[in-house]
Ligand binder design. Structure first.
Ligand SMILES: [Zn+2]
Ligand SMILES: [Zn+2]
Length: 330
């Protein structure tokens, strides 16, 4: 099969991946072989090939937003031909404390698709059957692929924040993840208050029906029940806390924050306000989100690339030149 391979010893900037003919993977017990139809390109893939994330294997096929069709290893729940979506968490140990307590997103020994095991920049991928999420009928591969990472985590953020129907919710930062979140929130009859830098992002929030939109120094005109922060900046987290009612929650959707500034406990956290981070996702998050994406007819804008152009796809993510999410179509 053809695959785009990252070799950590020989890769050079801009030519991170080499397109190679390699043996088709043999699914091990508990795995299915999927024929890849589309694979989204995530910023994390760029961190992998630029070695910001330490290589775990000398050679790896990246890609953790895989949409494919089961062709081998079919099971009763995954008959041959089933369309599935595979995300960053490609497996967990199932027996650590976190797995046993319904928190598999925090597993001590997770498998990372396209990082600790081969991913979807290839014609075929062997994936764990129990982490191959069936795609709801009606959700096309090209639309599903870019939803499988940031989309699911954005959805999880709403859960971590504990959003309930009809609440007032703040979104701090308004990129692609937040623009999906606002549509979910509207389907739950929530009013959405958006704080973001950049005229383009503010316009986008207005056009998607935000109740109020302000720039990065503005404060929503009402007290918020919940807030989700998307920007990797501690200041934004403090701003969100300052807009919260008593008992409200801020969920931080960021893997890294520059730093948390010192803040006034009495004014900002007292009153049972909560500050929570959001880490990875569970299979249930992915499945619930994909169903919602189908019901709400999510069709994210995508820029498509062939497997031969995988480096160009990464380049487009790096320089944010693509008009929409980059997706490799097989
Ligand atoms: Zn575990
Ligand atoms: Zn990702």
């Amino acid at each position: 099969m053809r695959a785009a391979v990252f070799d950590s010893a020989t890769a050079t900037p801009g030519a991170w991946l080499s397109i190679e003919e390699i043996p088709r993977p043999e699914p091990k017990p508990g795995e299915v072989l999927v024929k890849v139809l589309a694979c989204g390109v995530c910023r994390t893939d760029l961190h992998i090939v630029e070695r910001d994330l330490k290589p775990l294997k000398p050679r790896i096929i990246p890609g953790h937003q895989i949409v494919g069709e089961v062709v081998e290893g079919a099971t009763a729940t995954l008959p041959a031909g089933t369309r599935v979506g595979v995300s960053w968490i490609g497996g967990v140990d199932g027996d650590c404390w976190f797995c046993r307590h319904g928190m598999e997103n925090l597993c001590d020994h997770p498998v990372f698709t396209g990082y600790s095991v081969n991913g979807g920049y290839a014609e075929f991928a062997a994936v764990r059957a129990d982490f191959a999420n069936p795609l709801p009928a009606g959700l096309e591969p090209i639309h599903a692929a870019p939803l499988l990472c940031a989309g699911v985590i954005g959805f999880r953020s709403l859960r971590v924040a504990g959003v309930e129907r009809g609440e007032r919710v703040g979104l701090y930062g308004f990129g692609s993840s937040a623009s999906l979140a606002i549509r979910i929130l509207h389907s739950w009859d929530c009013q959405v208050y958006v704080v973001t830098r950049g005229e383009r992002h503010r316009k986008a929030a207005e056009s998607l029906g935000a109740a109020w939109v302000g720039d990065e120094d503005a404060k929503p005109p009402v007290e918020l029940d919940r807030a989700i922060t998307f920007a990797p900046a501690g200041k934004v987290v403090i701003d969100a806390l300052a807009a919260l009612r008593k008992g409200g929650v801020v969920a931080i959707n960021a893997i890294h924050l520059d730093q948390m500034p010192a803040f006034d406990y009495d004014r900002l956290l007292w009153g049972e306000r909560q500050l929570r981070s959001v880490a990875n996702m569970t299979r249930q998050d992915a499945r619930d989100f994909l169903t919602l994406a189908r019901d709400l007819n999510f069709r994210p804008a995508v820029a498509t690339f062939s497997l031969d152009d995988a480096n160009r796809a990464l380049e487009a993510v790096k320089h944010e030149t693509a008009d929409g999410s980059a997706v490799i179509m097989l």
